[in-house]
Design a protein around this ligand. Structure first.
Ligand code: SAM
Length: 282
């Protein structure tokens, strides 16, 4: 239901890049379709990790205050709410993104989940909060930042957390990648395009879209999606330790029981372990 909504609204709501003048609707308008086709890498893929990690999140003064620091849609919000509610807690959640489309989708979901959620449009690097958070969570966000900016991101997360608060996140590690941003290789893009076209043809009612329109959206997505590679576990450890965090967990999701199913064909560039990170602000 949210896939047609996102596709329709993204061209209007998505943020224009001040440098290129282009907006990000190629991503935010198509992501829900990728999710329906089970091609998106989402927090649901790491649900066992997020579930475990949130068990130890507590509010120092009242309900846990959680910041979702960048999110393409409401998947992280759904998990955060569910994992707290099963413990009888109603977390105080702020969803932050630089673009209005994910915020719209989070408001849409929050209304259906009867949750009072604050949605804030901001570059995370410019964001300030009135009261510190008990946890900051996000999925596949480190790759949105160059190595220099990643240090500023960690410093910002540290500033937003109370001492003892945690960063809970997952990032892909691409060993052997260059330092420059990477996109899909031509082979990976070709393979994914044909998977998308095949899946779209099998589910026109679910996607509520003409397969030709989906193919065009796939071409745009596959040519534009990029991320700054995180290249090793050690790089992550040093990043967090150097910015005032104690690293409590760096684990490879491929070693978990839930991951023993065959890896899914994922609409994210490159390959590598999904590194699960829990770090405590000192
Ligand atoms: C969380 S990341 C990766 C997507 C991920 N797989 C997911 O589950 O949502 C993508 C989101 O980060 C947002 N973003 C990128 N740079 C940002 C920044 N500097 N500040 C806030 N949000 C940012 C983008 O708008 C996008 O919605």
């Amino acid at each position: 239901m949210s896939a047609p909504l996102a596709r329709e609204l993204a061209p209007r709501l998505c943020r224009k890049d001040p440098v290129t003048g282009e907006n990000c609707s190629w991503n935010h308008g198509f992501w829900q379709c990728l999710r329906l086709m089970d091609l998106a890498v989402t927090p649901a893929d790491q649900a066992d990790f997020y579930h475990r990690a949130f068990q130890s999140v507590t509010g120092r003064s009242g309900m846990p205050r959680v910041l979702i620091s960048g999110t393409t849609d409401y998947s992280m919000l759904a998990h955060v709410l569910a994992f707290h509610r099963e413990r009888g807690l109603e977390p105080v959640v702020t969803v932050l993104d630089i673009c209005d489309t994910p915020l719209f989708l989070n408001r849409w979901y929050a209304a259906r989940a009867s949750a009072g959620v604050e949605c804030t449009r901001s570059d995370i690097l410019d964001y300030d909060c009135a009261a510190p958070f008990d946890a900051v969570c996000t999925d596949s966000f480190l790759g949105q930042f160059s190595p220099d900016k990643r240090i500023r991101l960690l410093e910002k997360w540290r500033q937003l957390l109370r001492p003892g608060g945690a960063v809970i996140t997952v990032t892909r590690v691409r060993a052997g990648a260059d330092a420059a941003p990477i996109g899909f290789s031509p082979e990976q893009a070709r393979a994914l395009r044909s998977t998308i076209v095949r899946k779209a043809a099998a589910m026109p009612a679910g996607l509520q879209a003409d397969p030709a329109e989906i193919a065009r959206a796939a071409d745009l997505y596959l040519s534009r999606q990029q991320s700054w590679p995180v290249r090793s576990r050690e790089e992550v450890r040093q990043l967090f330790a150097g910015c005032g965090f104690r690293v409590d967990e760096l684990s490879d999701s491929r070693r978990t029981a839930a991951a023993r199913r065959p890896p899914k064909e994922a609409a994210s560039p490159g390959e590598g372990e999904q590194l699960r990170i829990i770090a405590t602000r000192l």
